[in-house]
Design a protein. Sequence first.
Length: 452
Amino acid sequence: MRKFLLTSAATLAMVAGATGAAHAQAAKPPAPGTLVVHLNGLFTYQLDDVGSSVNSYGGNKLNPVTNAGFLRLYPGFDAMTENGFEYGVASEIRDAYTNPGQGEQENSTSIANGVPNGAESLVIRRAYAYFGTKKAGIVRIGQGDGPWGLLQDGVIENFGDGNQWNSDGGIGTLVPSAAHPSWLFADTGALYTTLKVVYLSPDLAGFNFGVGFEPNSNGIKEGDAACAVASTTCAALASAPGGAGNARRKNTLDAMLQYTGLFSGVGVKVSGGYILSSPIGNSSGAALESIISPQTHSITNETEYKRLGIATIGGQVTYAGFILGANVKDGQVNNGYTFLLPGQRNAFDYMVSAEYNAGPVTVGAYYFSNQSAGAHLATNKVARTEQDNGVAVGANYAVTPNLGFFVTYLYGQRKQYGFDFANSAVVGASNYNAAYDRTHSQAIGVGAALKW
């Protein structure tokens, strides 16, 4: 049961391989009748070389040699009553993104290109409470991961900088978005930074399951301060004239079933499940103009979106330090867990991954393929399928459980005939450039990670 609450000590031992979802709490529950407060953290720094087909664009040129890093804090507590009832609070605080300049721009009021330079330096990514028992199961309430991410198998990311293409402050962040391939990662902020209720069952002869419910896709206090009357600024919005875009969800439900077994020294984990959600309804029925988002390269501000529904199955085997995994996702969704329009194809994603651990050394790799609707619409000349492919390779050396060094290599490509990723333009538009309907990138970096 505890494995669903806290990342295991074995996983965190290779500190440089700690993933974005890793939680640096102790894996062992506190003694009955005690409460343990913790303030754990993770700091990484890396020096990188990044190249892509959009590193030179519009007279601008990126320096290929750059660096990345992040700080994450994990405050909270774990407690247990005398009769074995477990409860506590877990949270994750990260440093935020800001605009480029000369050092940290704290509380700045200046404007650059119409955008304020100042930004909050810390943001809450996860904050939830849990309570329950080993026999009855655990309930989580708050902003955090649902079963879709907690019980997923076959997606191995604990190597290199621990972020790879699914990055928030790691090497993948440095790759320009026009050349950054997409995949339906379950541990993505679009899913785990929202308020929800989750139930995780106890182990039942190797089987366990989880169910989660999210009324809307807002985080803590998001949309609560600007709701004088029913409007698009309200967190609990159910419908509006023209809807509310392709990203805001309501009534999201996810369920996962997992089996864990050990056979003659071979560890086996298999899981499968489904996630479904509805878009904010269109109360007027009026059609709006299609607009391509430069952030997600998908269509926004349209009406009559289809419901989101995705199935997944994954598995992994462990033997003598080796881990081999595979994961498949298929369903009615576009990139970034956004809703589809009528006529757009479903997404189909798969990943194969592997890892080997030998004492202080870890090496790993994965390959993923994503087929999605991307920017295709029945009314434009863009190809029906966007194809994204990504490779990640990495290695780690743990000097101690609290200090590690790593190296990471990435290669990726995006392609969709008729869509210019650099200009977010479709074929026939005045700013469309066919040279950018297929982009590629690669990056390599070395760095260090320290946890406490």
